[in-house]
Design a protein around this ligand. Structure first.
Ligand code: GCW
Length: 680
């Protein structure tokens, strides 16, 4: 059975608040709920609030037909006037207002929004207010999402395996669908709604055409029906060759009329059973996937064909810019920009280009992708990876909000200073109508959803940042910690927050310091593998991407090398290109440098690299100590789980450290800096 202790309830644990005075105040000042106009979504909202209130305070409340003193009102903006309540509320459909008001002599809490969905979001906000033991008086909360489509991408296959998934099998129990609704679908929807996620791509971008056949679409419809009242739309990935594979056509050429008709017919079919279907996500001509280039056509030809098929129903096409072809000898970091920049302006209006945060592939640290800001006439969305493909799977603790923020806050200079990636994707820089963001889910059927108890924080943080990219990593960690580990003392909460905030940098230190990247084991991407060379690829111009030799290390992407730096706007291009201004965290990403190159610290590059590896491994030991120090505040089961996982992480940080140091030493020929123990 599942209970709060084993992580199933995520951040929606409604355990009794221990502060008696506060509980009394909550009980006294919340009497009942009042709903002006009933709906399925509002039933969900009120039921959730009632459950939460009972759990947190012990008091049972219910909905009432009249407005009682101390009631919480759920009223849509249009209905406010009918009740003689005049308060402005957000223009945005999903926005909401939570306001303490006096009405006909009664103190009340008003939740108002244009839509039921906004009211549901408001209910979750007020619940969080209670969970975090915050005041419910004098509220004046005004919330609006900055990005319209806030989507999870599941890399889930139809056989329930999950590509790069480390938390069990897919939560979609295709075999029992459509007849059987697993409780997990509902709890998944609740969790997503609670953080504002409003879309889900159910299947892998390495797509199987079968998902678009009748039998499978029935299953998809069943899920869409579950998610709809939670404000979540369903999307699917479309395999470009589907017209051949399931349509029995001889070609999938996007300029072929029969192919176009096939997709139009398919869209019609889908919308007949899922009227609010979100659209398609497409990986084309990347890593062997079929695409328009197979027919000598462009990404725009391919995307536009699908976009036109979806247009009558308001669907969108999210066309991925991750176009990696290991047969192309060109620097892999440049491929996406090279293929997409020339197509700017030729995409249909309901196409959005989905760009990974960095140009290689979800590394522990990457500079932001040069395509952000580069497409001025085409909307661009960001894709982050929550599942820790390159950050220790579900065994290493890495809180990723700082990684997401690093990208979102980066200044592209596309329209001069203050052209952050966030402004590109929230549409404010180029005034785009369609705005979106995607996170590759870290969810599976493990009892605790994400494998590592702390991996839940990455799902949470993604949702919160998708809603408001201006939130700080620290504020989000606070929220997550105190809703997840209920009853955490202030000192423990601070210790854990600091540990979380440092954790991603720690992984960078013991895996890929100073801009090193993609030196993980080939294929599985888990442990160290900087020595890989038995799988030659055209773009591995020497050994893997670190390019170490007897003279030095690093990938020269400057104007004297692959020229990837020049894909950035000025002055970013110069900043990365010039050794003097290139931030040290990206040093070996952009520069190939001699082993005795002098770092800012005064250390030689060799000593600096080695020290980072040692630092990372030491930091994991500190994490272990921190965890031990909060034992009294954590339930036994979670305590044990995290403790064991940290032991693995600690051993593997040493593995990374020693493997990389010894391997690179075979080039540098230099000793381990004085004072550090010998690697084993
Ligand atoms: O990160 C890489 C992964 C592939 C993935 C691909 C992509 C879904 O190693 O497993 O395929 O990127 O994003 O398309």
């Amino acid at each position: 059975s599942v209970s709060a202790e084993n992580g199933y309830n995520l951040w929606l644990k409604y355990e009794p608040i221990k502060d008696a005075k506060l509980v009394a105040a909550y009980q006294e000042n919340i009497s009942s709920l009042y709903v002006y106009q009933k709906s399925e979504t509002l039933d969900i909202a009120t039921k959730e609030f009632i459950t939460a209130f009972k759990g947190l305070t012990g008091k049972s409340i219910s909905t009432s037909v009249s407005i009682q003193k101390n009631a919480i009102l759920f009223i849509k903006t249009d209905d406010l006037q009918k009740l003689n309540i005049t308060h402005p509320s957000p223009e945005n459909d999903e926005g909401y207002l939570i306001k303490s008001i006096q009405h006909q002599g009664k103190p009340l809490t008003l939740i108002s929004s244009k839509t039921d969905k906004g009211l549901l979001y408001g209910a979750f906000h007020l619940i969080k207010q209670l969970q975090l033991k915050q005041s419910i008086f004098n509220l004046n909360i005004w919330e609006e999402p900055k990005i319209k489509h806030r989507i999870l991408n599941h890399w889930d296959n139809l056989d329930r395996s999950v590509e790069r998934g480390y938390a069990g099998f897919s939560i979609w129990d295709w075999h029992k669908l459509p007849q059987y609704t697993d409780q997990r679908y509902i709890d998944y929807a609740r969790a997503n709604a609670s953080i504002g996620i409003n879309g889900t791509v159910l299947n892998n971008v390495n797509a199987n055409s079968l998902i678009l056949t009748d039998d499978w679409l029935k299953k998809v419809k069943a899920l869409a029906d579950v998610f709809r009242p939670y404000g979540i739309k369903v999307y699917l990935t479309a395999r470009f060759s589907a017209p051949i594979e399931i349509g029995k056509l001889p070609t999938a050429d996007p300029l072929d009329e029969k192919v176009q008709l096939w997709w139009q017919q398919k869209a019609k079919e889908i919308y007949a059973s899922i009227p609010d279907f979100g659209g398609f996500l497409v990986k084309a001509n990347s890593e062997g996937q079929p695409g328009p280039q197979n027919y000598g056509r462009t990404h725009a030809d391919g995307a536009n064909m699908l976009a036109k098929a979806l247009e009558p129903y308001d669907g969108i096409v999210m066309w991925r810019a991750f176009v990696y072809d290991n047969e192309v000898p060109e620097d892999r970091a440049k491929q996406a920009f090279n293929e997409f920049k020339p197509l700017d302006g030729s995409f249909h209006k309901n196409v959005i280009i989905q760009v990974k945060n960095g140009a290689i592939d979800f590394q522990p640290r990457e500079p932001f992708h040069p395509l952000f800001g580069a497409l001025t006439k085409t909307p661009v969305m960001a894709e982050f990876q929550l599942t820790q493909e390159y950050l220790g799977f579900a065994t290493h603790l890495a809180y990723l909000a700082p990684l997401f923020k690093e990208c979102l806050d980066a200044d592209t200079y596309a329209k001069g200073e203050n052209s952050s990636v966030a402004k590109v994707i929230d549409g404010s820089l180029y005034k785009n109508q369609i705005t979106a963001i995607a996170g590759v889910a870290n969810i599976g059927n493990d009892v605790n959803w994400c494998g590592h108890p702390f991996a839940q924080a990455n799902w949470y943080a993604y949702g919160r940042l998708a809603w408001n990219h201006q939130l700080s990593s620290s504020a989000i960690a606070d929220e997550w910690l105190n809703t997840t580990f209920t009853g955490l003392q202030k000192t423990s909460s601070t210790l854990l927050k600091d540990m979380m905030l440092e954790s991603r940098e720690t992984v960078v230190n013991y895996m890929t310091p100073l801009g090193l990247h993609h030196i993980m084991g080939w294929d599985h991407h888990y442990g160290p593998g900087p020595w890989i060379k038995d799988k030659p690829r055209a773009d591995w111009t020497s050994v893997y991407y670190h390019q170490a030799d007897n003279n030095g290390i690093g990938f020269n992407r400057t104007s004297s090398g692959s020229k990837a730096t020049l894909q950035y706007f000025s002055p970013v291009a110069q900043k990365f290109d010039d050794l003097k201004s290139c931030p040290e965290e990206y040093l070996l990403w952009f520069h190939h440098l001699p082993w005795d190159y002098k770092l800012k610290s005064g250390d030689s590059l060799w000593d600096g690299i080695v020290k980072k590896y040692y630092k990372g491994a030491d930091e994991v030991k500190e994490m272990q100590k921190t965890w031990a120090a909060v034992e009294h505040d954590i339930d036994k089961q979670t305590y044990q789980q995290v403790k064991q996982l940290l032991t693995i992480q600690s051993e593997e940080a040493l593995w990374w450290r020693d493997a990389c140091v010894l391997y690179f030493q075979s080039f540098s020929g230099k000793p381990i800096p004085i004072g550090l123990p010998k690697p084993k």
